[in-house]
Structures are given as structure tokens and as C-alpha cells.
Design a protein around this ligand. Structure first.
Ligand code: C2E
Ligand code: CA
Ligand code: CA
Ligand code: CA
Length: 278
């Protein structure tokens, strides 16, 4: 039995080292991808419930290797987080998104909010606030049109530090949204202390609205709470008319989902925006 145990252990370390090698290879490819400009942003419309018009877009990153298929963010964002590559990649994402928003503004489109996701590592990096300030200055996008999407997990550690960072961001004039709201195991206490503008109801609560009374209760409660706290509220992952009508009845402010528009490359969205808004 002892012998077997040792072999199992050896097998295990071998499997681990293969995984480690693959990760290292992927990390190297990702570093190269940043230099070679292989990342692109897709944009997904955010719909204003009252006017039924597009209020803004969320920037969603993809990796398009020259010689391969498009890679979704779930496959590479975690690795860029662990390696710290998210810091330069995140800056590229912010700059590209702000440039796009500025270009749409210059094209004469009505002002659109540009929502950009921040990762934990990025949020905790030392020069984050000055990076955001610099990108806004360089691109000429007025701060009020930038919305930063944060997650609850960012606030679990370093609570006081988080408040200071959020306040510094607010002072720049940007909007702050909590992404994936309701999934983060964090206390609700931060809602009254942090300068938050918007909650984004996670799509896991929206998906089964038609079938699951618990999800209906959770979604309705989040909307009611947001209204009570004078926060805006958006529902993610809206795919069906049924989901939409439930959310409408409860007074949700914004919607995002395949029912309205899938995330699309800039050229496609550009055309859609001009058709709709000009
Ligand atoms: P997220 O921020 O919650 O983004 C929403 C995700 O839901 C996107 O997946 C979007 O394509 C998808 N989605 C939108 N509408 C629907 C719908 O009606 N039904 C369904 N089933 N899905 C819908 P995507 O683009 O694959 O991004 C996945 C996650 O990767 C994002 O979740 C976000 O956490 C992360 N991510 C994406 N782009 C960035 C980025 O630029 N920076 C960082 N740090 N993370 C990003
Ligand atoms: Ca998001
Ligand atoms: Ca989300
Ligand atoms: Ca998510």
C-alpha cells in the first residue's frame, strides 16, 4: 500500500507539472498577444427601460489569435489575473473602450455610457486611480460617460482601502456599478458606505425567472432594495419576453441581454447605433 501511495504521488506531481507547463505556455502566448494586438473588444448595448432606447454599451474583451479561433474571456482573464498581465491588458481595454466612446460622441451620436469591467487585481493595483484619470484625459472622454463595473469580492479584503479607492474614483466623476450582484458572499453593509451608483443583477437570477419562484423573489427584492437605496438597477442576461415583462413589472431601470443585442464587434455595433440613433 505504501508503494502504491508513492506511485500515486508521483503520478500526481507529473500531472501537475504538465498543467504548470501548459499554463506557462499560455502565459507566454498571452504576453505575446498583448504586444501583437490580438485582443479586441466587443460591445453589448444596455437598454433604458423607460425610453426603450440604448443608454450605453458594455465592453467585453476577446482574444483573437492570428492563427486560431476566438477565445472567450473566461478562458484567459483568470490567468491574466494570476500573472498580473491583467494590469497592462486592463489599461489597454479601458483606453480602447474610452477611445471608442469618444469616437461615437464625435460622430454625433447621443451620449452613451461606456461600461468597463475591472478585475480584482487591477482594482488593487497601486496606480489604478491615476491610470483611469490619465486614460480619460488622453482620450477626451468626459468622466460621467465612463462606468466602471466592480464585483463584491473586491471589497471582502481591505475594506477601508476599498472605500478610499472608490471615493477617489468617484472624485474623478465616473459611475460605479456592482457587477454580478448577489453572487459575491459579501455583506450588504458596504451598500450604505460605498459610493455606488448601480447594481447589475447577476444573470443566474434572471435565467430561470419564468420557472423558479425563488429567483423571482430574489430579483424583485434586489430591484426594490436598489430603488429604496436610490441606486439604479440593471438586469443581465435577459433573453425572453417573459423575463422582460417580469422585470418591467418590478421597475427595473436597465436591461442587457440577447433579447436586445448580443455583444458585437465595433463595426457591427457602429452600424446598429447609427441606424438606431442618427
Ligand atoms: P460579465 O461582466 O458578467 O459579462 C456578461 C457576460 O454575459 C458576457 O460574457 C456576455 O456576453 C454574456 N451575456 C450577455 N447577454 C447574455 C444573455 O442574454 N444570455 C447569456 N447567457 N449570456 C449573456 P463574456 O463576454 O463571455 O464575458 C464573461 C466574463 O468575462 C464577464 O462577465 C466578465 O466577468 C469577464 N470579462 C469580459 N470582458 C472583460 C474585460 O474587459 N475585463 C475584465 N476584467 N473582465 C472581463
Ligand atoms: Ca460586467
Ligand atoms: Ca455580470
Ligand atoms: Ca459574470
Amino acid at each position: 500500500a505504501k508503494q502504491e501511495g508513492r506511485n500515486t504521488y508521483r503520478f500526481h506531481t507529473k500531472a501537475l507539472s504538465i498543467a504548470a507547463n501548459e499554463r506557462l505556455a499560455l502565459e507566454t502566448r498571452l504576453r505575446h498577444a498583448l504586444i501583437a494586438n490580438e485582443f479586441i473588444l466587443h460591445y453589448q448595448p444596455l437598454i433604458d427601460a423607460r425610453s426603450n432606447r440604448i443608454a450605453g454599451v458594455e465592453a467585453l474583451v476577446r482574444w483573437q489569435p492570428v492563427d486560431g479561433e476566438m477565445v472567450p474571456p473566461a478562458k484567459f482573464i483568470p490567468i491574466t489575473e494570476e500573472t498580473g498581465l491583467i494590469v497592462p491588458l486592463g489599461e489597454w481595454i479601458l483606453r480602447t473602450a474610452c477611445n471608442q466612446a469618444r469616437a461615437w460622441m464625435d460622430a454625433g451620436l447621443p451620449p452613451l455610457v461606456m461600461a468597463v469591467n475591472l478585475s480584482v487585481r487591477q482594482f488593487q493595483s497601486e496606480n489604478m486611480v491615476s491610470m483611469v484619470r490619465r486614460v480619460l484625459a488622453d482620450t477626451g472622454l468626459p468622466a460621467e460617460y465612463l462606468e466602471l463595473e466592480l464585483t463584491e469580492t473586491m471589497f471582502i479584503e481591505r475594506g477601508e482601502q476599498s472605500i478610499a479607492t472608490l471615493k477617489a474614483l468617484k472624485n474623478l466623476g465616473v459611475c460605479l456599478a456592482i457587477d454580478d450582484f448577489g453572487t459575491g458572499y459579501s455583506s450588504l453593509a458596504y451598500l450604505k458606505r460605498f459610493p455606488i451608483d448601480k447594481l447589475k443583477i447577476d444573470q443566474s437570477f434572471v435565467r430561470d425567472l419564468a420557472e423558479d419562484p425563488n429567483d423571482r423573489e430574489i430579483a424583485a427584492t434586489i430591484i426594490a432594495m436598489a430603488r429604496g437605496l436610490k441606486l439604479e438597477v440593471l438586469a443581465e442576461g435577459v433573453e425572453t419576453e417573459q423575463q422582460l415583462s417580469f422585470l418591467q413589472q418590478h421597475g427595473c431601470d436597465y436591461y442587457q441581454g440577447y433579447l436586445f443585442h448580443r455583444p458585437a464587434p465595433p463595426a457591427q455595433l457602429d452600424k446598429w447605433l447609427r441606424d438606431k440613433l442618427l
